[in-house]
Structure formats: structure tokens, C-alpha cells
Design a binder for this molecule. Structure first.
Ligand code: KIV
Ligand code: ZN
Length: 406
């Protein structure tokens, strides 16, 4: 069976930028957009132009800067003025898309809009029709679709398709759904909405329960054709589905019969760029891009990785642009890792020397989080071994950072 391509809709510059303290200026936004272009995303959600003149300008500049094949998208509420401003901001895009929508859950209808389901459908239709005056490609979002009853959601979808929506986004706005529930929702829409074959269904999952990636995966396994995600998973509250996670899940699991256009080797550099521009540090244990994602510190794991990387790594770090795995020396490390690191520094220790050095190393390591190369040299001095009982391969190594496994 032919593999199905999943479109990657990157919203780092819109939902990602909604994180408090993450504000990006136009120059930074363009720089990130250019990186997303190289990465191979299908759609860049460049901003929410009605929100500020700065965001309007950023959307415009991104349209001018990226290549013609990329869809540039601008967000709007189901409000005439927003849609108009989004249309204007997208003036220079070769492939413009307006992303408009409204809340569809009972909670939103009642408390946010003080409205009725019938009136919400009318507003949804009007928004799509109005957006069609500016662009051909109109994506409709049913905000809080995660908590919207499936029958009503299907009715909303059917109506917006009838009036020209090209993509329908099913956001789990509050990160409420479980993977099966979200997947079932997508399947229900695929099976019950008239005209659904004409449009692409999109996932947009928030991470309030840590399920954003699992829910997006369940969505695409049940028929969604687009995933909305951000680099490093940044976004409102606990964030969005992370681009690197969903892309690598698809790449690593060929039985899914799916693929994306992402050049995965650029994932790590994109992650660093976004972290640098937004000032949002990536947590050390973040899947794929965290500093510890390919680092090994326990003796059993280090021994395995030194013998064969695959013993404790299912992903090849080179696939995401990280050159090598790291062997970190801590109090949990074993002799194999210590000997390995000394060898990297140019010292070959025989068994007796290694035993001696290891006992001193453990005393140091119990006091510290991580042992550096400088400390390794101090340990040799302490053991009175500098020059005795070991072979010096080369001694001009001054690097005190982590040493990598070849
Ligand atoms: O989470 C959400 O519902 C959104 C929409 C505005 C698409 O970000
Ligand atoms: Zn969102």
C-alpha cells in the first residue's frame, strides 16, 4: 500500500509565541520561518495579524521571505475585521491561507459567546464565506472540539465544508481528550460528515495532560492528514504537540505507512534556534532534543552503548542532527565508562590503575553532579598515576566538555 503523506503545519510563530515571555520580533520571526522552510514544513502559521501591528508586519515579511511552495497561514477569530486584516497581511504570500474559527463546545457557546448552537453554525459559515473573499484556502477551527459533542461537531464540519473550507482543524484546546477518544472523534467525522473527502482534517492538540503527541498520533492513525505542532512543543500553558516528536514517531514506525517532508537532520538546529530566540530553555529530558536525550550516565547503560549504540538507543542521534551520543560521568557510572573517557583524553589505564582511579572517582562523583575532563586529570594526579602504569596516547587534549562516543 502506498504511504500517505502527513502535512506538517507549524504554529511555533503563532501558538508557540503565545507563551508568556516568548515574544519574538519580526527579525526573529523571519529567521525562524526561514529555518522552518529548510526543515520542510508544509504550512507556517505566521501569526495573528489583528493582535498587534508588529504581528501584522511579521506575517507580511514572512510572506515575502519564504519560497513560493510554502503555505503561509494567518489566524483570525470569526470576526470580519480579523479576517480582513489576516487577508491583507497575507497579500504577498504565494500560497495564503486564512485560519478562522469559533468555539463549538457547550462551555464556549454558553460562557464565552452567550449564544446558541444554531447561531454558532451561522457565524462559522459566515466566517468561512467571508475569508473566501480574500483567499481560496480557508482552514476552519472548531475551538474546544475536544470537548464538543461529536454529532454537533459533525454538523459544524458539514456546514463549513459546504461553504468552502479546505481544511478543518479539530483542536483539543484544553488537552482534555485521551488518545482513543480523540482518534474516535476523527474517525467519527471521517465516517459521518458529508463531503469530508474534499477536505483535510487537522489535529491541534494541547499538552495539559502530557498527551498532545499521543493524541495527534491517534488522530493521524484515524484519518487526519495534517498535524499542527511547534518546535520544542512550546505553546499555551503546557504547550502543543512537539514537531520533533510527531515527525520522529512517523519516521521510526514504518508500519504506520505514513511519511512527512521534514528533513529530520535539521531538527536539533531548529530546536536550538527557537530556544535561543524565545529564551525558552528546553528541559534536559525532553524527547529528541533535550540535552539528555542521547546521554548515558548509568554504568549498565554506558557499558552497553560503548559496545553497541543500539543497546540503549532506538533513535540514531544523527537522524535528528546530533552528531554523537554522550557518556556522562556520574556516581552511577561504571569502570567501562571511566576507561572510555580516559581513553578519549589519551590515557590508557591498565586494570590495576583503573581500579585505583575508579575508587577515587567515586568519591569525587558522590560530591558532584557530573565529572568533567579537568577533574579526571586531577583524579589521575591524586592517584599519583600521571606517567605511571598507564600509556599516554596523547596529552594535548584540553576539552573539558562532555566527551562523545564515536
Ligand atoms: O488551541 C486552539 O484551539 C487554538 C485555535 C485558535 C486553533 O489554538
Ligand atoms: Zn492552540
Amino acid at each position: 500500500m502506498e504511504k500517505k503523506r502527513i502535512q506538517i503545519f507549524d504554529t511555533t510563530l503563532r501558538d508557540g509565541e503565545q507563551v508568556p515571555g516568548c515574544k519574538l520580533n519580526t527579525k526573529e520571526k523571519v529567521k525562524i520561518a526561514k529555518k522552518l522552510e529548510l526543515l520542510g514544513v508544509d504550512v507556517i502559521e505566521a501569526g495573528f495579524p489583528t493582535s498587534s501591528p508588529g504581528d501584522y508586519q511579521s506575517v507580511q515579511e514572512i510572506c515575502k521571505s519564504v519560497k513560493k511552495t510554502i503555505i503561509v497561514c494567518a489566524l483570525s477569530r470569526a470576526v470580519e475585521k480579523d479576517i480582513e486584516i489576516a487577508g491583507l497581511a497575507l497579500k504577498y504570500a504565494s500560497r495564503p491561507r486564512i485560519h478562522t474559527g469559533i468555539g463549538t463546545s457547550n462551555c464556549h457557546i454558553r460562557y464565552k459567546f452567550n449564544s446558541t448552537p444554531e447561531k454558532i453554525i451561522e457565524r462559522a459559515i459566515y466566517a468561512v464565506r467571508y475569508a473566501k473573499k480574500f483567499v481560496e484556502d480557508v482552514e476552519f477551527y472548531a475551538e474546544d472540539a475536544g470537548r464538543t459533542e461529536n454529532e454537533f461537531l459533525a454538523k459544524v464540519c458539514e456546514n463549513v465544508i459546504k461553504h468552502g473550507a479546505t481544511v478543518i482543524n479539530i483542536p483539543d484546546t484544553t488537552g482534555y481528550c485521551l488518545p482513543k477518544e480523540y482518534g474516535d472523534k476523527i474517525r467519527f467525522l471521517k465516517e459521518n460528515v458529508k463531503g469530508i473527502h474534499k477536505i483535510i482534517l487537522s489535529t491541534h492538540c494541547h499538552n495539559d495532560l502530557g498527551l498532545a503527541t499521543a493524541n495527534s498520533l491517534s488522530g493521524i492513525m484515524n484519518g487526519a492528514g495534517q498535524v499542527e505542532c511547534t518546535i520544542n512543543g512550546i505553546g499555551e500553558r503546557a504547550g502543543n504537540t512537539s514537531l520533533e516528536e510527531i515527525v520522529m514517531i512517523i519516521k521510526q514506525n514504518s508500519y504506520l505507512n505514513l511519511f512527512t517532508n521534514i528533513n529530520t537532520k535539521l531538527i536539533y538546529s531548529a530546536s536550538c534556534l527557537v530556544s535561543e530566540c524565545t529564551g525558552m530553555k528546553v528541559q534536559a529530558n525532553k524527547a529528541i532534543v533535550g540535552i539528555n536525550a542521547f546521554s548515558h550516565s548509568s554504568g549498565i547503560h554506558q557499558d552497553g552503548v560503548i559496545k553497541k549504540r543500539e543497546t540503549y538507543e532506538s533513535i540514531n542521534p544523527e537522524d535528528v542532527g546530533i552528531n554523537q551520543s554522550s557518556i556522562i560521568l556520574t556516581a552511577r557510572s561504571g569502570r567501562a565508562a571511566l576507561a572510555y573517557r580516559y581513553k578519549k583524553l589519551g590515557y590508557f589505564l591498565n586494570k590495576n590503575s583503573l581500579d585505583l582511579v575508579y575508587s577515587i572517582f567515586l568519591k569525587y562523583a558522590d560530591e558532584k553532579k557530573e565529572i568533567t575532563d579537568i577533574e579526571l586529570k586531577k583524579i589521575l594526579e591524586k592517584a599519583n598515576l600521571n606517567g605511571k602504569n598507564h600509556k599516554i596516547l596523547h596529552t594535548n587534549h584540553t576539552n573539558s566538555r562532555r566527551i562523545n562516543v564515536v
